[in-house]
Design a protein around this ligand. Sequence first.
Ligand code: TMP
Ligand code: ASP
Length: 236
Amino acid sequence: MNILYEGKAKRLYATEHDDELRMSFKDDATAFNGVKHAQLAGKGHLNKEITLLLYRELADAGIETHFLRELNDTDLLVRKVTIIPLEVVVRKVVAGSLAKRTGLAQGQTLDEPLVEYYLKDDALGDPMLAPAHIRALNLAQPDEVTAVTQQALVIFTHLETFFAQAGLRLVDLKLEFGRADGKILLADEISPDTCRLWDTETGEIFDKDRFRQDLGEVIEHYQQILERISPHAKRV
Ligand code: TMP
Ligand code: ASP
């Protein structure tokens, strides 16, 4: 079938319907903008399962996304959207680049969720943008930035509560949005590749930092995330 886009961890294929795409999850793991690369058998399947479960939770909470339905072990059917080239990061706990950039202590809880915007451009290293840059580069209209920010906060808060039931602390989360029929919809995946999840009690890392930091047992931890959240899913 016709590949429309190949990313580091997913491929998008055309379908028989112009407004629908097949999003296929690969076993590839990358970090530091593709500098570090490995094949992790089963990652595509696990990230597809986790994304599917989370998209269903959001749908049940009345949050509209690009998700349409499950296709097979590694693929989801999604609405075709025009991706806004921003990585929208919501943070509740200090980690990763926020700790490096600000000197705030890793693990410190922020008083309120922080929303940041990065340019989706690997060649430039996904630089952080202020809203003024988003306007200057004409990436999105101010009302779109407002909509994306509001949706990102609602989605984060909802998922934070959901993961808490499974004994997991949602530290931060990267989201991407797209335009379709005049609406802004959540797109892309929601998986341990795109968020940070720590055990609520012990602080054990369950997300892609296991790969980034060579902590080992990456797939085992992704599998445990799925096992921990599955009993809390409203739909199976
Ligand atoms: P950061 O602390 O490295 O900026 O990452 C913040 C969050 O965004 C974290 O959950 C990992 C996620 N993320 C991506 O999904 N893609 C990326 O390219 C980067 C750098 C981070
Ligand atoms: N997503 C980026 C990469 O695959 C960076 C990261 O997640 O650390 O290289």
